[in-house]
Ligand binder design. Sequence first.
Ligand code: GRF
Length: 195
Amino acid sequence: MNARVAIAISGGGSNMVSLVQAMTGDFPARPALVVSNNPDAGGLAKASALGVPTAVVNHREFGTRDDFDRALDKVLRDGAADFICLAGFMRILGPEFTANWAGRMLNIHPSLLPKYPGLNTHARALKAGDAQAGCSVHWVTSGLDEGPVVGQAAVDVRPSDTAESLAARVLEKEHILYPRALRAVLGGAETPIIL
Ligand code: GRF
């Protein structure tokens, strides 16, 4: 039985596109819904063009984080989602939500965790003079970017790199890693996947 995967986005949704395009054939999941906290997210139109139902839960319309999380949870359940992939999703989810979806929610983060949880990961790697940067897919827990890692992909840092050039190269790896990691966890394969 294929998992019904909801993908949560806040922006362009390039990781969402690569996930949706991977969920075909013998892939053990299908996209059920793309949901965004941002009504202007460019990824919403991309999802519609790919034939995936979309929904918006605009965080600006809720007085508390808990109210937003509960509204998001309802949209996901109404869409009969049984797994969530956070993909460029820029909201921090509260402990009630992460507990409800424990073991059924992944995130992709643009660093080699446990290095650089949070924001501005590439600038921090450059400032530290790291030889490598990269991305990680991890289980989502109540802490920020700290759940067990299920996959990683590294890129060499070049002397000429800026945060933007590094982000672009890492993003290419994200698009390969995320579908591989999702397939591994849904298919019970060995993780972490190291690309
Ligand atoms: C990516 O670097 C992802 O790792 C981060 O958000 C960025 C944009 O992702 N979470 P997308 O193009 O919206 O998928």
